[in-house]
Design a protein around this ligand. Structure first.
Ligand code: COA
Length: 479
């Protein structure tokens, strides 16, 4: 089955998390993503938080699989020339540089439009137009500036950030949707456009129920489903509500059997009005079914603490999975607290050659597409354009890596050879010491070892990994 975005070419200037999330989504949908990295360093996440020495970090690979990469110095004339060629051949340029950085490279909107009027230029920035528009932003800054932190946590504690990457990945999601809409509009307009996703706005949008509550609070001065009700006080701003439900059905996180030793032995329990009767029966309070203090939701609201304390006495007699099984029989909405590696949270996909290397990095089939991204080589492949430019001037725009098997095959087709004496039959850039650039792990995932040459095109070394210079040589590599 073909992919929804097949044929769409993305020039990917993104780094860290927000932008790469966006282009990764587009790649999953079938777009051909060419990631442009800075020579020598590459995306900073390649080297951050590594779990295997000398190998691209999990942080990098989980955000950048399914893409191709080149290194280009955008500030050198040759690099600029190459990028302009790529701009002419691509559909979308995605970037998340600090404000003004793209302009300083000479790639202003006007310049890009003159090169390719159909080009969509999509950006993640920390803030939208306004007093903070020139500020750099990372995840937690966005959570704080976007209204998430002030509403997360408990009433008697400080603001908290959440582990969900709503600032980075959340904004990447927003941007991807904007790009898809711009591509659609281009079909009728014939022209590209600018798309901006500001991280503050992205977080604010995901905090929409808190905005709703802010408006309600301004009108009513009280929120009866919040734990501050009825005894606490409400100020001007929406207070932190702990684990109270964000909707009209009261909920809480309750202890389960084993909570004393297991930090995740808890369950989220929602007292949905429609199933109040079975809830009362299960927790041993059948008298609450018709009692005027408990029979209706408005009657229950001032008593939520007492109600959840009683329910917790029951949940503590069950493990979270036992409780879940019982409650599900009666359609009572609930959810065990699962840790990242816990049962049912993540479908593991083991590290293997040419594929995802972590449970987090599984390829998600989207819209009926297979989970193998298969793109056919195209005659007008923009990287082929880059390669042609490279051939006429060796040393430019070195192809770094392919991000799937097909890309690896394509890389092997290159006719570039390493000029390093003694004559080396490896492709250009096989020796990181002589050709400083980020080392890639593509092709070596099979054995979880890095090729002794640090060569990304080497499928696998037949020799054991070693640092001995004598053992380094092209004869050990199968290209
Ligand atoms: N060739 C030449 N120069 C390059 C280059 C390339 N291929 N790629 C990057 N650079 C340069 C940039 O032009 C910039 O130089 P300049 O400031 O002299 O013009 C420099 O590298 C640094 O880029 P920048 O994006 O500013 O990185 P940073 O490390 O200083 O800041 C962020 C990182 C994330 C804080 C910043 O990029 C940012 O705020 N981005 C927008 C919000 C965002 O996405 N944040 C979330 C990240 S998960």
């Amino acid at each position: 089955m073909s992919h929804a975005l097949e044929g769409v070419r993305i020039l990917d200037f993104t780094h860290v998390q927000s932008g790469p999330t966006c282009t990764q989504l587009l790649a999953w949908l079938g777009a051909d993503v060419i990631k442009v990295e800075r020579p020598g360093e590459g995306d900073p996440t390649r080297g951050q938080l590594r779990d295997i020495p000398d190998v691209d970090s999990l942080y990098f690979t989980m955000l950048n699989h399914n893409k191709r990469s080149i290194t280009v110095d955008a500030k050198k004339p040759r690099g600029k020339e190459l990028l302009e060629r790529l701009i002419r051949h691509c559909d979308v340029l995605v970037e998340n540089f600090a404000p003004g950085a793209l302009d300083r490279m000479g790639l202003t909107w006007e310049r890009i439009q003159s090169l390719n009027p159909r080009m969509i230029v999509a950006s993640v920035k920390g803030f939208g137009p306004g007093p903070y528009q020139d500020c750099k932003v990372y995840e937690n800054v966005a959570q704080c500036a976007g209204g998430s932190a002030s509403t997360t946590g408990f009433d008697d504690g400080p603001p908290l950030v959440t582990g969900a990457q709503i600032g980075d990945s959340g904004t990447g999601l927003h941007l991807a949707l904007g790009i898809v809409a711009a591509l659609y509009q281009r079909q009728s307009s014939g022209r590209g456009q600018k798309v901006l996703a500001a991280m503050q706005d992205g977080v604010l949008n995901l905090c929409r129920v808190k905005l709703r509550d802010q408006q309600r609070l301004a009108r009513t001065g009280v929120m009866e489903e919040y734990p501050q009700y009825p005894d606490g006080k409400f100020g001007d701003a929406v207070p932190r509500a702990g684990n109270a439900s964000g909707g009209g059905q009261p909920g809480a996180i309750l202890k389960c059997k084993g909570w004393e030793t297991d930090p995740n032995a808890y369950i989220y329990f929602i007292t949905q009005a429609a199933v109040w009767e079975p809830i009362c029966r299960i927790i041993g309070k059948p008298e609450w079914i018709a009692h005027p203090d408990y029979a209706t939701l408005p009657a229950r609201l001032p008593r939520l603490k007492q109600i959840f304390d009683t329910i917790e006495q029951w949940t503590q007699t069950k493990t979270k999975f036992e409780a879940m099984e019982i409650l599900n029989q009666y359609d009572i909405p609930c959810g065990p607290i699962l840790e990242g590696a816990g049962r049912g949270t993540v479908a593991a996909r083991h590290r293997h050659r040419g594929g995802s290397r972590s449970p987090h990095a599984r390829q998600v089939p989207v819209g009926g597409q297979s989970d193998q991204a298969v793109r056919q080589p195209e005659r007008s492949d923009p990287l082929a354009v880059a390669r042609r430019a490279h051939r006429s001037d060796p040393g430019r725009a070195r192809l770094l890596r392919g991000s799937n098997r097909r890309d690896a095959r394509r890389s092997r087709d290159l006719d570039e050879r390493c000029p390093t004496p003694p004559p080396c039959s490896m492709p250009a850039g096989c020796r990181p010491a002589l050709h400083p650039r980020p080392r890639t792990v593509r092709g070596t995932l099979e054995s979880n070892r890095v090729c002794p040459h640090g060569c990304f095109r080497c499928r696998r070394s037949s020799a054991p990994r070693t640092s001995s210079p004598a053992s380094r040589g092209s004869r050990n590599c199968t290209i």
